[in-house]
Design a protein around this ligand. Structure first.
Ligand SMILES: Nc1nc2c(ncn2[C@@H]2O[C@H](COP(=O)(O)OP(=O)(O)OP(=O)(O)O)[C@@H](O)[C@H]2O)c(=O)[nH]1
Ligand SMILES: [Mg+2]
Length: 614
């Protein structure tokens, strides 16, 4: 009796070979390793409709017969019969993913040129149909010169037909090997064949394919992503201005109204200087927060965000992180707390720790008020090259500085404290969709509400406490109230530490309450200057931006911005890091390295700006 014939399942990764193998062999499987490598060898018994039993082998996925990985090498060697004691397969079953036909046909042609009796399983036709793509197996069979059977491995559809086709292929003799086409020619032919096999394709599917070809292109893709982000930051300034001005006018009117309505008293000062000047100065950033989130939510809902993650994967890999870290890091642009909690989905513990440690470097939305108030005061509202707003450009630069900082820190950490190999990235790309306005509106409302609640609770409380600390003890005649106050004393002490990086007392004073919430830096400055203005009508009338312009120099303002790019402000982030890392070691490390970075960055910015004569 002749030996049992061998049938091998071969094709690109994720075509469904293992699913077909399981469906065809059921429980009759043997799992071992290929000699010399840890690649799994799966074989099983399969009885053809003719009654002949054959040995079915499931091969690792490959893109071609020129191996680039151990898995691919096994596949190439098995097909060529180069493993000792393992004869080459007599029949090939090439498994193609119907929803990815063009790409999979490239390897298929290389396999067909071997001249072996071959059958093609056009698998995953269910997914193709779901995406609006109907394929004609007969046309494909004619183009390729071998039987093509449509299958859905996971639903056992087409398995009988596949068995029949294998049985009749078993009757054929192997032909001579054909000359292999070059890789480019194979690609061109694959494109033509895939086109010919398409019976119908919804215009939507065509559009999606075109969009992906463009948006995921190796270098057009990142450029488009950069351009989109750039537009976002321009819009945050340009579109928000009228709304912010409106809100500012309302806050101003409220201030004047209360000033006029209440008799002169400590209570009136608390309401006007503390609550209205302080909380009001943060509230006016609502339009900018809403615009930023409108873009983020729209990118998520449209399916673009997952593509951005895919594009970023390459960049993340270059610093030793995986694309898995992208989503937590992206959420950190809203707030580091949900970002750090989202790292639970990262399986590799060192990957996860690194992501947690760099999450605070992503510019959270609480920093936006600080950035914008300083930028609006010190960066002229002019344009670069006639079209690009300078203010938006600076804001964009601050976000980029945070991301670059995170990449560098990540790289250093992955080489030292969290050393280890990077893990791979697998992610399903969702379909493109037009975002639904209702969902967007709900999402925006939630974000706005979170912001308003912060303003009403934590920012309100910190501002009131600060106002009290700024007003007591009362200054003697001729002495500045701020200098005489408790808060002023603390700030004067701290000012010694931050003087080398160009910070004045008011800036030092703003840093402490900002540990509760970063926006408070803005409200503390507003309250401090309101208290400092005292009864001076002219000073009182000045808006916060004008106050800053009078009291700060440009290098000081830039140093303050640089500080906020890196500083570990916000105690909740530290608390959540302690919870997620189960101890104080990493939060303390985080606190220390972020303070050090902030100090260095602010100092360097200050001295460079001074040297440049700004
Ligand atoms: N909807 C659908 N899913 C399928 C079909 N065939 C396989 N899958 C799924 O596709 C995924 C990949 O299938 P596998 O069988 O592991 O693919 P493979 O070709 O063995 O992949 P590698 O071993 O990595 O080369 C699995 O989640 C399967 O459940 C199909 O016909 N329809
Ligand atoms: Mg497999």
């Amino acid at each position: 009796m002749s030996r049992q014939r061998k049938v091998a399942l071969v094709g690109n990764p994720n075509a469904g070979k293992s699913a077909l193998f399981n469906a065809l062999t059921g429980a009759r499987q043997k799992i071992a390793n290929y000699p010399g490598v840890t690649v799994e060898r799966k074989s099983g018994r399969f009885v053809l409709p003719t009654g002949e039993p054959v040995e079915l082998t499931d091969l690792p996925g490959a893109y071609g017969l020129d191996p680039t990985s151990p898995d691919e090498e096994v596949t190439a060697k098995v097909i060529a019969g180069k493993f000792t004691g393992e004869p080459a397969p007599d029949i090939l079953v090439i498994v193609l993913d119907a929803s990815n036909l063009e790409q999979h046909l490239v390897f298929a042609q290389e396999l067909l040129a071997l001249g072996k009796p071959t059958v093609i399983a056009l698998n995953m036709v269910d997914l193709a149909e779901r995406d609006g793509l109907v394929l004609d197996a007969a046309v494909l069979a004619q183009e390729l010169g071998v039987p093509v059977i449509s299958t859905v491995a996971v639903r056992r559809r087409g398995l009988d037909e596949l068995g029949e086709a294998i049985a009749s292929a078993a009757q054929r003799q192997p032909g001579p090997a054909l000359t292999q086409l070059g890789p480019i020619e194979r690609r061109v032919a694959a494109h033509a064949m895939a086109d010919a096999a398409i019976l119908s394709e919804t215009s939507r599917h065509r559009l999606h394919t075109k969009l992906d070809r463009f948006l995921l292109h190796p270098w057009i893709g990142p450029l488009v992503l950069l351009a989109i982000l750039f537009v976002v930051f321009q819009a945050v300034f340009a579109w928000a201005t009228p709304f912010a001005d409106g809100l500012e006018a309302i806050v101003g009117a409220l201030h004047d109204g209360v000033q006029a309505a209440l008799p002169e008293s400590l209570l009136r000062d608390l309401v006007t200087e503390g609550v209205i000047a302080g909380v009001g100065s943060v509230l006016v950033f609502l339009p900018q927060i809403v615009i930023l989130f409108a873009f983020i939510l729209a990118m998520e809902a449209s399916g673009y965000m997952a593509r951005a993650a895919f594009l970023m994967d390459r960049m993340m890999a270059s610093v030793g992180l995986s694309g898995r870290s992208f989503i937590p890091l992206l959420s950190s642009f809203a707030c580091a707390i949900p970002g750090i909690m989202a790292t639970r989905s990262i399986t590799d513990p060192r990957d996860r720790l690194t992501t947690i440690l760099i999450a605070p470097l992503m510019t959270c939305s609480a920093r936006l008020p600080v950035y914008t108030v300083i930028i609006a005061a010190f960066i002229p509202n002019s344009s670069v090259g006639g079209m690009i707003g300078l203010q938006g450009l600076v804001l964009f630069g601050l976000y980029v500085a945070g991301v670059l900082g995170a990449m560098i820190v990540g790289l250093v950490l992955r080489r030292s404290l969290t050393k280890g190999a990077a893990s791979g990235f697998i992610m399903e790309l969702p379909k493109y969709q037009l975002p639904r306005l209702k969902d967007l509106a709900i999402g925006l409302w939630q974000r706005a509400w979170i912001f308003l609640r912060r303003a009403g609770t934590i920012i309100f409380m910190v501002t009131v406490v600060l106002w009290v600390m700024l007003n007591f003890p009362k200054a003697a005649e001729g002495e500045s109230q701020v200098d005489a106050s408790m808060a002023g004393k603390v700030a004067n002490g701290l000012a010694v530490v931050v003087a080398p990086i160009g910070f004045n007392r008011d800036m030092a004073l703003a840093l402490v309450p900002a540990m509760a919430a970063r926006e408070v830096a803005v409200s503390s400055l507003a309250t401090t200057y309101a208290v400092d203005a005292g009864d001076d009508e002219e000073e009182q009338a000045l808006e916060l931006g004008d106050q800053l312009k009078q009291r700060w120099t440009l290098p000081m303002a830039l140093a303050f911005l640089a500080w906020f790019v890196f500083a570990p402000q916000c105690l909740s982030t530290i608390a959540v890091t302690r919870r997620e890392t189960n101890g104080w070691k990493w939060p303390i490390f985080m606190l220390a390295y972020l303070f050090a970075l902030a100090y260095i960055a602010a100092g360097a910015t200050y001295w460079v700006a001074v040297a440049a004569g700004l």
